[in-house]
Design a protein around this ligand. Structure first.
Ligand code: SF4
Length: 341
């Protein structure tokens, strides 16, 4: 994808694939492959927030885990450029991988299970510093105190345990932990999904504030289109292991070009109204990623499918009127789809 921005690219992903073997029988014979991620290419600019959305099973979490090498990709490349040094995350081993990971941190969905219940929050926040051998014990402690205050908690709470905090406070601790080693890229995997709506906004505001202060680049993974709109500069939509649309946030919400994006937008609740009566209910569920449909993989649920959709896979192409926007749909030029009003 070409793009005209002046900011450099922090991350460049090319034709990334992650397939998981399907095993059967006592001999655990491989009888197929689940194509969780099936050839995705994208970039993230320094300092931007890229929202990654899709239903459960779309492959969005797997993309995040490949970037942090929690999963080893099946194919493709992931390159991260930090101050002129390029890390090939796909092929990095041992020391080089550790160096690359020094710049990437994750914030997970569940603040209840992602924090070790037997560690004090002071130790939890300092743990990445210990792993990467950064600072003296005194410096680490000072950094943890500083971060606790940055996320709105009291440094006197350093010796408490996770169960002594609410869900929102625990996610703040997760944010402080992620920031302790001053990463450049933070992968947020459904970071507010487990929180009450009233607390979600507080944690999103905190992330946005800290992004400016710490020069962070965020990959924000969520199934919730309203949360993604709030925090993202650009939004990328995945369906069945592929990117179907990516565009600047205001463009994709006002004028989506892919029928799947239109359906996701129609499900956003409206203030005072709740779920819209115009919500598009897609027929059926997301197909089995071990046996994806031929042609456009969305054709089994698409309200606009035609014969070509069942046989020919649409390429992800730049829109003629906006080189920052890309869509994979044979009919994008003739459809007028509904945005979020
Ligand atoms: Fe629907 Fe066809 Fe476009 Fe796929 S290519 S999204 S089936 S109209």
């Amino acid at each position: 994808m070409n793009q005209p921005h002046s900011r450099p690219r922090l991350l460049q992903v090319r034709d990334l694939k992650k397939h998981f073997p399907v095993q059967k029988g006592t001999l655990r014979r491989v009888v197929g492959q689940v194509r969780a991620v099936d050839g995705v290419s994208f970039y993230i600019l320094e300092g931007e927030t890229l929202g990654l959305v899709g239903e459960s099973g779309s492959g969005k979490t797997t993309v995040g885990r490949c970037i942090n090498r929690l999963y080893r990709p099946t194919a493709g490349t992931i390159e991260m450029c930090i101050d002129g040094t390029v890390y090939d995350i796909t092929r990095a081993e041992k020391e080089e991988l550790k160096q690359a990971r020094r710049h990437i941190q994750m914030i997970f969905q569940d603040p209840y299970s992602s924090l070790n219940p037997r560690m004090t929050i002071g130790d939890i926040i300092q743990e990445p510093l210990v792993i990467h051998r950064i600072g003296t014990p005194e410096e680490r402690r000072h950094r943890a105190e500083e971060l606790l205050e940055k996320v709105g908690l009291d440094k006197d709470q350093m010796n408490r345990f996770p169960h002594q905090f609410s869900g929102g406070q625990r996610q703040r601790i997760g944010v402080a932990r992620a920031l302790s080693i001053a990463p450049r890229l933070v992968i947020c995997d459904e970071p507010v999904s487990a929180l009450d709506v009233s607390i979600q906004a507080q944690v999103l505001n905190l992330l946005a504030d800290l992004q400016d202060e710490f020069r962070l680049t965020l990959l924000f993974i969520s199934h919730d289109m309203s949360v993604v709109e709030y925090i993202s500069d650009r939004v990328m939509v995945m369906y069945l292991g592929k990117i179907v649309e990516v565009a600047p946030t205001d463009i994709i919400y006002q004028r989506p070009r892919h029928p799947y994006t239109e359906a996701l937008l129609s499900a956003i609740p409206k203030p005072g109204v709740g779920t819209s009566k115009d919500r598009i209910i897609l027929p059926g569920g997301i197909p089995d990623p071990a046996h994806p449909p031929p042609g456009c993989t969305f054709h089994t649920r698409c309200l606009y499918a035609q014969e070509i959709c069942r046989t020919k896979e649409p390429a992800l192409v730049a829109l003629p009127d906006n080189p920052d926007a890309f869509v994979a749909c044979h009919r994008y030029g003739e459809l007028t789809l509904r945005g979020f009003e």
